[in-house]
Write a protein that binds this ligand. Sequence first.
Ligand code: UGA
Length: 441
Amino acid sequence: MKITIFGSGYVGLVTGACLAEVGNHVLCVDVDAGKVERLQRGEIPIYEPGLDELVKRNAANGTLAFTTDVGAGVAHGLFQFIAVGTPPDEDGSADLQHVRAVARSIGAYMEEFRVIVNKSTVPVGTADVVRETVTAELAAREVDLEFDVVSNPEFLKEGAAVEDFMRPDRIVIGTDNPRTTELLRILYAPFNRSHSRLVEMDVRSAELTKYAANAMLATKISFMNEMANLAERLGADIEKVRIGIGSDPRIGYHFIYPGCGYGGSCFPKDVKALERIARDVDYPAELLQAVEAVNDRQKRVLFARIRDHFRGELAGRVIALWGLAFKPRTDDMREAPSRTLMEALWAAGASVRAFDPEAMHECRRLYGERPDLVLCERPETALDGADALAVVTEWNVFRSPDFDAVKARMRQPVVFDGRNLYDPVQMRKSGFVHYGIGRRA
Ligand code: UGA
């Protein structure tokens, strides 16, 4: 089938490459000419396991191409995917200007039936906005053409996006038109393994499903962080509590790891946006507000602990930081807890020696050269002369270091373990002062 994808960001690029991989002809359209040129040369702007290979192979096969030509994009695909960004407005609501711009282009150039598939995370009711925008453009051209708008939200996880797309646990299709459902069933057939993963529903339910999924996951994390903070104050160990509650299949072991807060481009943005959507329909979403407030506080927990340990005397201290990305297997630092920590340390006069397996260039791009930030080539060198080590991202490479070597490099053997990677008892035996999240010392 012929498919056009507007937006070559995370979602667009992964969707395009995976749909091409199963034999479709995909044309990716992006307004950023520089990005399109780089993609045409085979340079992938993001780090995502497996994506590079997929893009290069399909580009070479001629099943995946990139362009800035919007008209060519509208002419190419029966399916017109919208996968552009919906950044938060100042008030937290999703900014739909890019979605609207794509809808206008489709309306301006289309010459025959099109299925417009929305993959961007958008407020409930956006499909109607897209429909109205396309209709208005067609009316201005005085043409009468049929089209349908579908909500098909994406549930990719960064770091596992290709795998998630190729082997989805569900494919949510929201449309009110049976003919379109049939087309999407054909499109997604290669991704249904033992049984159909398609979950068919109306457009608005599909739009809400996306927010509900992310809000639920964010709620699990904030809930566990709240329990961790309580455990600390009550002399309990959150790791024991986690295993204790996870064994109940209704709760489950997934996504109940306490830590120094959730980050990334999705949870913070989507929880805020859903809160805003609720406010617009006069519903006070108190649980969502609490999820966000608990997370904001949790992102400051490591700093508060470091400050208390050093009795507020942070000027001139050197803190080693392991992990900059908001989670492992990505170079993404959007809303990363590492940023909250670094910025607070700098404001208090401390300096940072940081290492991350993938996000060093991103950190350099964000903060540039500054005297209180040293980006180190290896995890060990970040420790040289450090007064403390803070572990912010649970990359595997940090899980089992040679603690004697770690101690030898540091000025003081103090570890702030923001992801509960280390056993407090072992750490104490090895001569470390260890602070976990909700751990019993
Ligand atoms: C998230 C969802 O997991 C995807 O299903 C969704 O499709 C995606 O958002 C999206 O809306 O596009 P992602 O942002 O890539 O994916 O990251 P996650 O793996 O979900 O992690 C989010 C944050 O939660 C990270 O900072 C992670 O460290 C934190 N986390 C996760 C915890 O603190 N504890 C946990 O138990 C799990």
